[in-house]
Structure formats: C-alpha cells, structure tokens
Design a protein around this ligand. Structure first.
Ligand code: LMR
Length: 400
C-alpha cells in the first residue's frame, strides 16, 4: 500500500548529523546541531546530573508509576521559579500554570494546540529567520504562521525598525513568538531597552507573547540575566506563554525534559487553563516521562546541587564565548577578507556567519565541516584544536 510513497528529505538540522555520521574523514567536524561539546570534542554529562541520578537510584522509595498528566509537581514548580524568579508575584498569586512537556518542542506544540482550540486569534508571528522547527510545530498545532522582520543581513544585527513595524501592523490579539535569549539561528538579541519597547508595543496592541526559552544560562552564563526579557513581560501583570527546555542548560538533550508555563490574570483562570491543557496532552502522549524531570527537579530543589549547576553552566557559556574570540582572532591573523566582528557580537550557542549555501557546501565537500545551509555554526561544537581547521575552511570559502 505504500509503494508510491515519496522519500522525505532529511531534517535541515538533524539531517546534518546524519550526513556527518556517514563521513569517514578523520578531520570531520559537526557544527550543525546545537549540542555542547568539551574541549576534547566530546558530549558532556554534567557532574550535577550524575549526582542527581545517583541520588535517585539510591532512593529506596523510588517507583515507576505513571506521572499525572501535567507531570512531576516539584519539577513544574522549580521550572516556573527558574524562569519567572522565585519572588515572582505571578507565582505567589497562583496565576501560573506549568505543565511538564517533552522538552522545548513539546512545550511549544502543547501551547500551540491549546491556543488553536481556545484562543480567538489563530495567527502566530514568528521571527524571520527562526529555528526551522517553529513554523512546522505551529502549523501542525493548527495555527496560521506569519513572520516578522528580525535580522538585518547588512548589519548582521537586529532589524529593530522592521520588527516594530511588522508587529505594529499585526492584527490585535495575534500571538508573537519571541526567543527569550540567544536567538536561534542568529545569536542576535534585542537589548533590554529594546525589549521594553517591544513589550510596550505588544501590550498596547493586546498581542499575546509566547516565549521560547531554550538557552537560559547559555547567553550570559547567568540564569537570572537570561530570564530578564521574560520577567519584564510577566512583571506587567499581562498574560504570557513560556516554553522551557532543559536540553542545553542541563545537557539533558535525549531526556526530552521541558515545561510549558502560562501566566494568567487570575488563579481561577490558571486552574481552568490547566484543566484544558490536560485535554490536549492526554490523547497526545498521555503523561510525560519521569526520569529527566526527576533529575531536573532534584537539582532545582537542592541548594548545593543548584549552586554547582550554575558553575557548570557558566563554564559552558564561558567556553563558548572564548571560542568566539579565538575564531575571530584566527580569521584576523589569516587576513580573511570581510568584517567578522559579528562573531563576538552575537551570543549564545550559534554564530550566523553570513556564509551562503554554496560556501557551506564547499566547506563540507572540501573540509568535511558540517553545518546548516543557512551558514549557522554551533560555537559549542568547536574547540581550540578545531578552530584553525574551521578558519582555513572559511578563508577558502570566501576567497575561492
Ligand atoms: C538546534 O537548533 O540545533 C537545536 O535546537 C536542536 C534541534 O532540535 O534542532
């Protein structure tokens, strides 16, 4: 019955790893997927994660019963506190409902489906460009997707005027997807003053903010600093959606652990919203998995582990920042034509190099360097040892 089925293309991001795995060259380098690597180029399991897992294994009353539909209560509370701040009035007033979801993607999808069912405006505005999965997630959730201007290729920075114009022209009530920090793929974030202007515009037009927070702690190395934009919106008392992922900041990629939080106007509304979220989740995957959420909850709710986590997180963020300086210095030393200062101006896991699809294909073919065709490189996949190889490839790509 499926003899006529068409072969689907690989995913534009995860497919890069598939191609990388097939390459037998010893100098190959995967800068496609946003996944942290050590200086030795190895995936990292955080020390605090190992300790939390040990604690869980040693707990004699550990069971494997189904979690509630909304997930692990302590995980949900801890996640909300992490993003909104422990002293957030919205939390204290019980106006936040948080449900454990399958990482950031699952949180966006559940939030999207909830909006498609219960919200009067079905259009979501996403930045151009954005993470490649965003338009698919929201389309399949039943929303109609439009874009707003975000990135200016001439300055390799924010197109703030274009952003304000496009959101200013959006219909009242429209949903707006915002990257909480470390915008993917560009590494370009608004300043805090610009965030404040965005907030005023969004509130004055009664737009609905939906934050994707996949990199809290990775942009600046500080969990609180990276949560500032979200907290700015929550502080004004208005509604706000937030999808959180613990893939990057706890290195729990494969555990698929994240949370959707919806800040409502009153606790009564929040509890009704939660009852409807359960109706979205139950037929989709019934209830979320336990293991990853238990790890996160153990770390968030133990002050020693929490403090150690902040140090490990800062070390990851600092290593990425040092990769930026090293890459820029190496390109300068080689005399590679062009202005590459955006490498140190952009933040978070990625640099949006400005290399085009043809140059990327050249670097993959000739240098076995793998990256997404939009020219995005994962700075977290680099090390001092591999920077010269990347710089050689970039130099050749722009001069050949
Ligand atoms: C990325 O953008 O590389 C990450 O968010 C991983 C993914 O799922 O695409």
């Amino acid at each position: 019955v499926f003899s006529q089925i068409a072969k689907a293309p690989e995913d534009p991001i995860l497919g890069v790893t598939v191609a990388f795995n097939k390459d037998s060259d010893t100098s190959k380098l995967n800068l496609g997927v946003g996944a942290y690597r050590t200086e030795e180029g190895k995936p990292l399991v955080l020390n605090v994660v190992k300790q939390a897992e040990q604690k869980l294994v040693n707990n004699p009353s550990r069971i494997k019963e189904y979690l509630p539909i909304v997930g692990l209560a302590d995980f949900n509370k801890g996640s909300a506190k992490l993003i909104f701040g422990a002293d957030s009035p919205a939390i204290q007033e019980n106006r936040v409902t948080t449900v454990q979801c399958l990482s950031g993607t699952g949180s966006l999808r559940v939030g999207g489906e909830f909006l498609a069912r219960h919200y009067h405006e079905k259009t979501i505005y996403i930045p151009n460009p954005t993470w490649g999965n965003h338009p698919k997630i929201f389309t399949f959730a039943g929303l109609s997707v439009k874009t707003y201007r975000y990135y200016d290729p001439t300055t390799r920075g924010l197109d703030f005027k274009g952003l304000l114009e496009d959101l200013g022209n959006a219909p009242s009530g429209a949903i707006v997807l915002l990257h909480a920090c470390a915008h993917n793929p560009t590494g370009v974030d608004p300043t805090i003053q610009q965030w404040e202007e965005i907030r005023q515009l969004i509130r004055s037009k009664a737009l609905l903010p939906f934050f994707d927070s996949a990199y809290q702690g990775f942009a600046s190395g500080s969990l609180d600093a990276d949560a500032k934009p979200v907290r700015l919106f929550v502080a004004d008392g208005g509604e706000c959606f937030t999808a959180q992922s613990f893939a990057k900041n706890m290195g729990l990629y494969a555990e698929r652990v994240g949370a959707l939080s919806i800040v409502c106007k009153t606790s009564d509304v929040a509890s009704r919203v939660e009852s409807q979220l359960k109706l979205v989740i139950r037929p989709m995957y019934s209830s979320p998995p336990l293991h990853g959420a238990s790890i996160v909850s153990t770390i968030l709710n133990d002050s020693d582990l929490y403090n150690e986590w902040t140090l490990e997180l800062k070390a990851m963020a600092d290593r990425i920042i040092s990769m930026r300086t090293q890459l820029l210095e190496t390109l300068k030393a080689k005399g590679t034509p062009g202005d590459w200062t955006h490498i140190i101006k952009q933040i978070g896991m990625f640099t949006f190099t400005g290399l085009n699809a043809e140059q990327v294909a050249f670097m993959t073919k000739e240098y076995h360097i793998y990256m997404t065709s939009d020219g995005r490189i994962s700075m977290a996949g680099l090390s001092s040892k591999t920077i010269p190889h990347l710089a050689d490839a970039m130099h050749a790509a722009v001069t050949t």
